[in-house]
Ligand binder design. Structure first.
Ligand SMILES: Cc1ncc(COP(=O)(O)O)c(C=O)c1O
Length: 435
């Protein structure tokens, strides 16, 4: 296994002092720290090679377009193992991607058609479907998790019916860190004639994610959770999905032609064939849109150009380290972090063992409100999340309103884990002594 700690240096922020203490960053599930290589790549492009893409006839624009498209292919290869099959739409983040995914079904669902979601979903994979249900009359059916936070194939199987049109699930829970058996689920979903949409926001960059192998129809993720820039996300789509997407987010770059009646032009009086009635009607409604084929129809406006070019550097870095190495390294740290469960009065939400999970652990203390605990840890230089973390249903499932979440990135080390565990112990002592 590669010595992962040598890559800690790539992330300058991890070496900074925070609240006068060495920073312990345990909030990667919210957003990952950035390697300096992406800042350098974004700067190099923005300061020396910048141009808008796909529009100009200039060489500058052509070069920028080439770099941008190469970067897209690099990301596509990272999540599918190849570049030829299927498409990778550029969006502003996983939330935007999941909204797009839900909107795909806007003109495809009938009243009482069924959408399956799990109780473990992030709000970004719940709310777009709830809004869709309001517009279409379709219904949401909920798949439950077990007491240890695991989402089982059998639970999905129980809920699938002849009315199921789409199943949208998280690959890895942002609360429990549990990995969903997505490949088996995809097979089951397709057998039932439905589509499978994957929320891969917490899996990409932590475990091997091959969307082709999983055989999902769409998959969403954000760059910023994978050590990349903000404002950049992806929606992987099978080709058939791209072809059938409705035109709901349109604008510059999406059309080849806008056909208008010449009656709307002020000098149309010169054309003897155009009557006054033509002019009035044409002003109101005569037009035809000739949309471009493929991805271009769905990517309106100027995209996050320098962000994607910078993100390609992250992909190089992750490929260089090797995802299997990252996975194994994070597993070692997670094993140690699970010792949290041995601290009296600490309850881990979900699985307490290493099996089938990544380094995301949410927990509550019987004695301390998560916000107080989070504040105490912050004072010690330990950055984590406190709250419902955009996952109210799963918190309700565990009979909690909120929790503290520790989540790992490839810059963490054993020292970080020891400090985090000691910090929680110290907090317990402090708050109990105040009673
Ligand atoms: C599982 C999951 N899905 C979707 C999202 C939304 O990601 P973003 O805020 O980058 O759009 C998150 C963010 O925390 C998440 O954890």
């Amino acid at each position: 296994m590669k010595n992962i700690s040598q890559f800690r240096d790539y992330f300058p922020e991890i070496e900074t002092l925070y609240n006068n203490k060495p920073l312990v960053y345990l909030d990667t599930a919210a957003s990952a720290l950035k390697p300096k290589t992406i800042i350098e790549a974004a700067n190099d492009f923005s300061l020396k090679k910048y141009s808008n893409i796909s529009r100009g006839i200039s060489r500058l624009s052509a070069d920028a377009t080439e770099l941008y498209e190469e970067s897209r292919q690099k990301v596509l290869k990272f999540v599918t193992g190849q570049t030829g099959e299927n498409k990778l739409l550029i969006t502003s983040g996983a939330t935007a991607s999941l909204n797009m995914a839900a909107n795909y079904y806007y003109n495809k669902l009938l009243p009482k058609d069924e959408i399956l979601l799990s109780i473990a979903e992030h709000h970004s994979n719940i709310l777009p479907w709830m809004e869709l249900v309001k517009k279409t009359g379709a219904v949401i059916k909920w798949v439950d998790i077990d007491h240890s936070g695991e989402l089982h194939l059998s639970a999905v199987a129980e809920k699938i019916t002849s009315k199921t049109r789409v199943v949208a699930l998280t690959h890895v829970s942002n609360i429990t860190g549990s990995i969903t058996p997505v490949k088996d689920i995809a097979r089951l979903v397709h057998k039932a004639g439905a589509d499978f949409v994957l929320d891969a926001a917490q899996s990409v960059g932590h475990i091997e994610t091959d969307f082709l192998d999983i055989d999902c129809d769409m998959a969403a993720f954000s760059a910023h959770k994978v050590y990349g820039p903000t404002g950049l996300g992806f929606l992987y789509c099978k080709n058939k999905i791209v072809e059938n997407f409705p035109n709901f987010f349109v604008g510059g770059g999406t059309v080849d032609d806008i056909v208008l009646s010449s009656a709307i032009f002020s000098d149309s009086d010169l054309d003897a064939n155009i009557t006054n009635a033509d002019k009035t009607n044409a002003l109101n409604y005569d037009f035809e849109l000739i949309y471009k084929d493929g991805l271009a129809r769905l990517e309106a406006g100027t995209p996050p150009i320098s962000q994607l070019i910078a993100f390609a550097e992250v992909i190089d870095l992750l490929n260089n380290i090797g995802l299997k190495n990252i996975e194994n390294y994070e597993k070692l740290l997670t094993k140690k972090l699970l010792d949290l469960g041995k601290i009296p009065d600490i309850k881990i939400l979900g699985s307490k063992n290493l099996f089938n999970r990544i380094g995301i652990i949410s927990f509550v203390s019987k004695n301390i409100h998560p916000h107080d605990l989070g504040q105490f840890l912050d004072d010690l230089g330990i950055v984590c999340r406190a709250g419902h973390n955009c996952a109210i249903p799963i918190h309700k499932r565990f009979k909690e309103n909120s929790s503290i979440r520790f989540s790992l990135g490839l810059y963490n080390n054993e020292d970080d884990i020891e400090k985090a565990i000691d910090g929680v112990k110290e907090a317990q002592k402090f708050f109990i002594s105040k009673r």
